[in-house]
Structures are given as C-alpha cells and as structure tokens.
Design a binder for this molecule. Structure first.
Ligand code: SAM
Length: 331
C-alpha cells in the first residue's frame, strides 16, 4: 500500500470529490455572486472519468473518499458511482456531505450502495429562517432526511452549522442542546469569506470559534474529548450526559492546516491540494488527452508535492474572486 506524503510530512489519504456544481439550495453565504454557474455538461467529469481519477489517487495512497457538490444527491445515477467506489477494496471510508433535502428518499439506497456516513449542513432549526438562508422552505424534509439516515445506519451523523452574527447565532445554544437528546455530532464552522455576500459583511457576520465555544459552555461544563484519529479539522467536546458531541471547526482563527490530509477534485476536473489556494492541476485535460493510470497517479503525486503549508484565507482572499473555491468547497 502506497503512502502519499507531502513536503511537510503530512499524510494525504483523503479525496473529496465534487460530483456536480448544481445545487437545489441558494444559501446566501455559499452561492457565487450572480448565482451558481451551471457548467456545460461537457466540462463536467463523467462518472467513468471520476472513477479513473479516483483509482489513480488510490494507487497513490488515498483510502478515504467524501462526495460533495454542489449538492451530490442531485446528480443522476450517483448511487451507481457510490457502488463503484465502495467496491474498491482500498477504500476504508466512503462518506457524503449533503444539504439533506433529498436524503429521506435516498438514505436507504445510499447505505445499500456502500456509503458509510453522512454530514448534513443545517444552519437553523426554524422553518422561516431556513427558507430565508437557503431560498427554500425545506426544513421539514431535511429533518426527516436526518432521521432516516440515522435509522438506516449512515452514522455517525454530523450536522454542520455556520453561525453568523445577527442571522442565526441566537440558535447556537439550541443546536448544542440538541446533542442532549440525539446521538449526532453538531459541528460549528466559522464563516469563511468565500462569496461576495460573506466577504462584504465578513467582519460583522463572523463569530470566532472561541466565542462560539464560550457561548456553548454557558449551558454547562464542556468536557473536551481526545482528538479523533481520523485527523479531521474539528475539535470535540461534550455536555454532561449528552448523547452527541459538539465539534468546533476554526477555519480561520486557528489554522487546521497542520493536520490537513486532503485533496479535492472539482466537478470540472481540476485537482486541488488546498481548497483555498489558486493552484490547481488540470487533470481532466490530461485524462482526455489519453493519460494512462500511472501518468494520472504521477499527477496526483505532483499535486501533493506542491501542497502549500497553510491556506491563504487570512492573508489574501483572492481565490474567491472568481468563485473557483466555491466549486471546490465541501463540508
Ligand atoms: N450541498 C452540500 C451541503 O450543503 O452540504 C455540499 C456542498 S456545501 C458547499 C458544503 C459545506 O460548505 C456546507 O456545510 C456549507 O455550510 C459549507 N460552506 C459553504 N460556504 C461556506 C462559507 N462561506 N463559510 C463556511 N462554510 C461554508
């Protein structure tokens, strides 16, 4: 089994694949300026192409895959792609990040197709506010989707919330309290200045993770949990007698780059070693001009060799001007 290691001795074993740029929500802090672009179908990787690139990444040392988007459940025949990935014996973890709108009807099939667990993005538990933030009155569907995912065993379920001052931060405590009754991980993520809306108002909207933690700790003593072996970006704590855990992801205020183990493949076939760097490798071009599997594996390796030590978000948000980062992002 190969191991992919970068210049800073980080082991890169995790590939996040954006399988579509389409989304059924228009979240204010996420949708690119002027609306989400719909790339022409010819510019989007086919499942066969994604699978070939995945096999090249697996040959280089990747063992974990997360599917994201856009909204991954929107792409037709995505279950078939999940089955292909789940059948790769080197893959030890296949997961998905979703807004949950289509989860109720797809959860059982996802489980049967080999997906192990899901992360669901949910910024509010209030129906009106959900419609305001996302542009769709769909909170009930998302909550039913989460329940269904739990029922069929797509666990542990992680719920990602982006608290924004004056938008939904009065629900930080309600969200944290949810862990007292459900076995979900509720994770708070700092708002990143990734689109025009979030960038213009960033200093007003951003709630640093230390403040979020202080607010959660006002409910009761928070017990810190040991860092999890999977080396994700979250630190975890728990309220007394809670069923679920509370995660804190400091995308900006504390760099988590030291433990970053990720590579990203965008829907239009660009490989990125860092979500927040402008550098990307045009792996779709190589593939479409006939590169064989070992050539693609070499491309994956060279992309990892160029992985920056840390993201540039705090210094220079330029990657967000052209919306490229949003095509790569994924919870
Ligand atoms: N559609 C899927 C979903 O909603 O989970 C996957 C794609 S979505 C872009 C992935 C995650 O990125 C979501 O959890 C969303 O909250 C997060 N996200 C998007 N824009 C963000 C921003 N400006 N700051 C922090 N997180 C952001």
């Amino acid at each position: 089994m190969n191991q992919l290691t970068d210049r800073y001795q980080r082991t890169i074993d995790y590939l996040r694949i954006s399988i579509t740029d389409h989304c059924n929500l228009q979240c204010r802090y996420c949708v690119p300026f002027g609306g989400r672009s719909k790339l022409p179908m010819d510019d989007i990787l086919t499942y066969e192409e994604m699978f070939t690139i995945t096999r090249a990444a697996v040959a280089a040392g990747v063992t974990k895959i997360r599917l994201t988007g856009g909204e991954p459940l929107m792409r037709r025949n995505m279950l078939q792609f999940c089955r292909w990935l789940a059948d790769l014996e080197e893959i030890t973890d296949l997961s998905l990040t979703t807004n949950g709108v289509l989860l109720e009807k797809m959860a059982a099939d996802l489980k049967a197709a080999g997906v192990r667990r899901v992360n669901v993005s949910l910024d509010t538990l209030r129906p009106d506010r959900y419609a305001e933030i996302t542009g769709k009155d769909a909170l009930g569907r998302v909550l039913r989707g989460i329940e269904k995912a739990a029922q069929v065993g797509l666990t542990p379920i992680k719920i990602n919330m982006v608290p924004m001052r004056g938008v939904n931060d009065d629900e930080i405590i309600d969200m944290a309290r949810w862990t007292e009754t459900v076995p979900y991980d509720i994770r708070f993520i700092e708002l990143m200045p990734t689109n025009g809306w979030a960038k213009d108002k960033h200093s007003r909207l951003l709630i640093p993770i230390d403040e979020i933690r202080r607010r959660v700790a006002s409910i009761g003593p928070l017990e810190d949990l040991p860092t999890i072996k999977t080396r994700g970006p979250a630190t975890y704590a728990q309220l007394p007698d809670a069923r679920g855990r509370i995660g804190f992801i400091a995308a900006l205020s504390h760099h988590f780059c030291k433990t970053c183990n990720r590579l990203r493949l965008t829907a239009d076939g660009k490989l990125r070693a860092c979500l927040f760097a402008e550098e990307e490798v045009d792996i779709i071009a190589a593939l479409r001009s006939g590169a064989a599997l070992p050539d693609l594996t070499a491309i994956v390796q060279s992309c990892v060799d160029a992985k920056p030590e840390r993201h540039c978000l705090n210094d220079d948000p330029s990657p967000f001007r052209n919306g490229r980062a949003m095509q790569a992002i994924g919870g």
